[in-house]
Design a binder for this molecule. Structure first.
Ligand code: ZN
Length: 234
């Protein structure tokens, strides 16, 4: 093997390795939380609290109305019973019954309004619960797919790292240094293939003398335009 071919092979390994590294970073972003799912979860919890509050309010109002109804009936029994003879006392009792009755009507109204509201809140809560469980199921399955690919990519990453470690051993320090230097500055491409007498990376036509040197594969020859190391395949 000639050293430039070794460098070109190293570049192929590095390109594949970098692709996997990018994919791992991308996948890691999708692992864990989902803002949309969290939002629906919060909405569902809020709807449940709102529903429980209105139900409690409705029950309290109904209890209060019932106990007031009981007191109205007791007072009416007293009025009818004839135990109270004093006209002023009768009048006061009568007025009290009327007042309790009006208050009970208000409570009954409030109770019905709360019932109606609770019913629509219950429908909203049920629909949110349904969306949430669908989303959770989808999320779990997506997470499993992502997790599976992530594990696979990590193995590929380690595999390529080992291949790279081996490949680097065949390359001289001087060549490797130049390769790393160019890769960092030339968009990850340090070695360019000779293609129809042009540089395969920047596509500039190369001088005949340069082409001859590249074909001899004896030394490191740089593209006169972009400075990348030129490689003549086969
Ligand atoms: Zn070039």
């Amino acid at each position: 093997m000639n050293p430039i071919a070794d460098l070109y092979r190293l570049q192929e390994i590095d390109t594949a390795w970098e692709k996997i590294r990018q994919r791992i970073l991308q996948l890691q972003k999708f692992v864990g939380g989902s803002p949309k799912l969290n939002q629906v979860r919060e909405q569902t919890q809020a709807a449940e609290i709102e529903l429980n509050t209105i139900r409690k309010e409705q029950q309290d109002t109904e209890l209060e109305a019932n106990s007031l109804g009981e007191r109205v009936r007791e007072s009416e029994a007293i009025l009818m019973g004839g135990q109270v003879q004093n006209p002023k006392e009768l009048e006061a009792l009568q007025a009290n019954v009327e007042s309790m009755r009006r208050h009970k009507e208000t409570l009954d109204d409030r109770s019905v309004e709360a019932l109606v509201k609770a019913e629509s809140l219950a429908a909203k809560y049920a629909s949110l619960q349904e969306s949430l469980s669908t989303m959770e199921a989808e999320w779990t399955s997506t997470q499993a797919t992502i997790e599976e690919e992530l594990q696979r990519r990590k193995k590929e990453y380690v595999y390529l790292k080992n291949i790279r470690d081996e490949a680097v051993k065949t390359i001289s320090a001087k060549y490797l240094e130049q390769y790393e230097y160019l890769r960092g500055r030339k968009n990850g491409i340090a070695v360019a293939k000779l293609e129809d007498d042009s540089c395969g990376a920047c596509h500039m036509q190369l001088p005949v003398g340069v082409i001859g040197s590249v074909r001899r594969n004896e030394e490191m020859v740089s593209c006169t335009a972009c400075g990348r190391i030129l490689f003549a395949a086969g």
